[in-house]
Write a protein that binds this ligand. Structure first.
Ligand SMILES: [Zn+2]
Length: 412
């Protein structure tokens, strides 16, 4: 026996099924949706009418029906009905971007913050102020979600907030930002930026849902070293949200002592500062800042300058050791390199390959591919927008009826 709660849940799931089909395949006709989803035509008609009332779906022209009957009216998602807001909080500041359900993301400015070591209340104040400045609610536009990509470890669940060092407790920061954003009537979500970047890079590399790799690891180095694990295209967070935090994984027991107390941590070889210092472009040599040093490093790499090449050969071996452990543990078939590592992949590959060659010899038909991520520094923002959009597609009933949208009576 189905309870009313069960039928409401089934209806919400079916609304999602129809909307996701249109997001992936639209424009298409009601008949196409019925065939692809297995829903009966009458149900599709009712679900489309519901989605149209919410302003999420509209009719757009018609296609020939193959010689029989009337032309079939085509449906598509309405991009601007829902707005998703993404905020990327790095060590340097806050960068914002917004997007609708299908269109291109738009830059929404940047702001400063009090630094990653202060109390979460001060960070929440800065994020709320930046979002309020960048996003003004407009009539007919439903603010779907604010997704905040935080640099540094982000713990989840009931784990206590980090008490020292760098890190954020997602539920605490979510509550603080929500409290400080009375003008932003939408759910807030806090996620580690490497997790979101990994998600975006993975979908950019594998846009279709078929034939995507089962297990994918992601390692990035930009303002910090981080990583993520994706299983079936979804972030695997681990017990506390810390899966993929690779910065302090030891890759060489007799390596240099790290600030964490261990020796030979991955970050000591592949962080931006470590690579620049190894190339002779550390802070003492290039006081103008990291961007200047990076530009000079790139120039020297392309000029095949010995010390620059050696810095990335060493980083490649360290990465290879980390990848060897990750692949041994997770059986990942693809490792995506993000941040500066993506640009440096050609020079990192020899070191990585040297470390992976024994495994490749043992399992010659089961390759592990190393892929540079294509998205650059905006990967985390793209991942945040994608996450917000997926939340709406998963439950379109959170979007209220559109105040002015005409009700469709179409059935074709
Ligand atoms: Zn360390």
């Amino acid at each position: 026996m189905n309870s009313p709660a069960d039928s409401a849940a089934v209806r919400r799931a079916n609304l999602s099924l129809v909307l996701r089909h249109l997001a992936a395949n639209g424009p298409c006709a009601r008949t196409d949706i019925a065939t692809a989803t297995g829903l009966v035509h009458a149900s599709v008609t009712a679900l489309v009418a519901d989605l149209t009332r919410r302003g999420l779906v509209e009719e757009v022209g018609a296609s020939a029906s193959g010689g029989r009957g009337r032309p079939r009216r085509l449906l598509r998602l309405v991009d601007q009905r829902v707005r998703i807001v993404a905020a990327h909080v790095t060590w340097q500041g806050i960068r914002l971007m917004t997007a609708g359900l299908v269109g291109e993301p738009a830059d929404a400015g940047q702001a400063g913050h009090p630094g990653p070591l202060g109390p979460p209340e001060a960070m929440a104040d800065a994020i709320a102020a930046a979002v309020e400045e960048a996003v003004s609610p407009s009539p007919g536009v439903h603010l779907g979600r604010l997704v905040i990509a935080m640099a540094g470890p982000v713990t989840t669940g009931r784990a206590p907030a980090p008490t020292r060092g760098i890190g954020w407790h997602a539920p605490t920061l979510t509550a603080l930002v929500t409290e400080r954003s009375p003008g932003l009537p939408c759910p807030v979500e806090v996620v580690n930026d490497a997790d979101l970047a990994a998600l975006a890079e993975h979908h950019a590399l594998h846009p279709h849902e078929t034939n995507t790799p089962h297990t994918v690891a992601y390692i990035k180095s930009d303002s910090g070293v981080g990583g993520a694990l994706l299983i079936n295209g979804r972030i695997h967070q681990g017990s506390h949200g810390l899966a993929g935090e690779l910065a302090h994984v030891p890759v060489s027991p007799d390596g240099p002592r790290c600030r964490c107390g261990n020796h030979g941590c991955l970050t000591a070889y592949v962080s931006t500062h470590a690579v620049l210092a190894a190339a002779g472009l550390g802070r003492d040599t290039v006081p103008q800042g990291v961007d200047t040093a990076l530009a000079e490093f790139t120039r020297r790499l392309h000029a095949a300058e010995t010390r620059a090449l050696a810095a990335l050969e060493q980083a490649g071996h360290a990465l290879g050791a980390a990848i060897q452990s990750i692949v041994g543990l997770t059986d990942a078939e693809e490792v995506i390199l993000g941040g500066h590592l993506a640009d440096w992949t050609p020079w990192l590959s020899p070191g990585i390959d040297a470390r992976l060659s024994p495994r490749r010899a043992v399992f010659p038909t089961l390759p592990v591919t190393i892929t540079p991520g294509p998205l650059g520094p905006q990967a985390a923002l793209h991942g945040a927008l994608r996450t917000g959009r997926d939340r709406i597609l998963a439950d379109p009933a959170v979007v209220p009826s559109h105040p002015t949208h005409p009700v469709s009576s179409g059935t074709e």
